[in-house]
Write a protein that binds this ligand. Sequence first.
Ligand code: SF4
Length: 196
Amino acid sequence: MKKKHWYDYLWIWSIIYFTLGFFNILFAWLGMIDFLVPVFIAVFGRNKWFCNNLCGRGQLFALLGGKYKCSRNRPTPRFLVSPWFRYGFLAFFMAMFGNMVFQTWLVAAGASGLREAIKLFWTFKVPWGWTYTAGMVPDWVAQYSFGFYSLMLTSLLLGLIMMVLYKPRSWCTFCPMGTMTQGICKLGSRGETQDS
Ligand code: SF4
């Protein structure tokens, strides 16, 4: 039997993270760890160690879809694996991230008021005001929390839908973080080949 490591239980962290967002939206900032660590590992380690070992979300899909059989376990549609879809989705995701940062900047500049709501699937506005007491932090800090949690929760829900319909980790085939870190690793190894 494969020896268990502490990082095999990071799926628990994923559950804790999303639960905290139901009580205090400011905890959303902790999700930046999931954004920065994989990029850091890809840039300096030139590998996908994060995806293979540290991603709590990927572990959660594997656990629910595998051990708990919440997945139909059907093959992932081929178009989802194609480079044009994966890089297209990455571009879309980054554009949405950029828009979220822009909205935060508008609030910081006083050009827009704080919106105590999250947006699911970039479309459905859900009131989320009970998770924040006005004045606790500067408005832009809270606005970023609402925006970032929206992105995180949307990607979790997309991943869960993919898990149910197809293989447990089908989301990983076009997850923006996975595509981005893979791209960074490829660029790094191409650079090494050219240097040698
Ligand atoms: S592809 Fe995305 S969800 Fe899957 S393990 Fe990597 S970072 Fe996690």
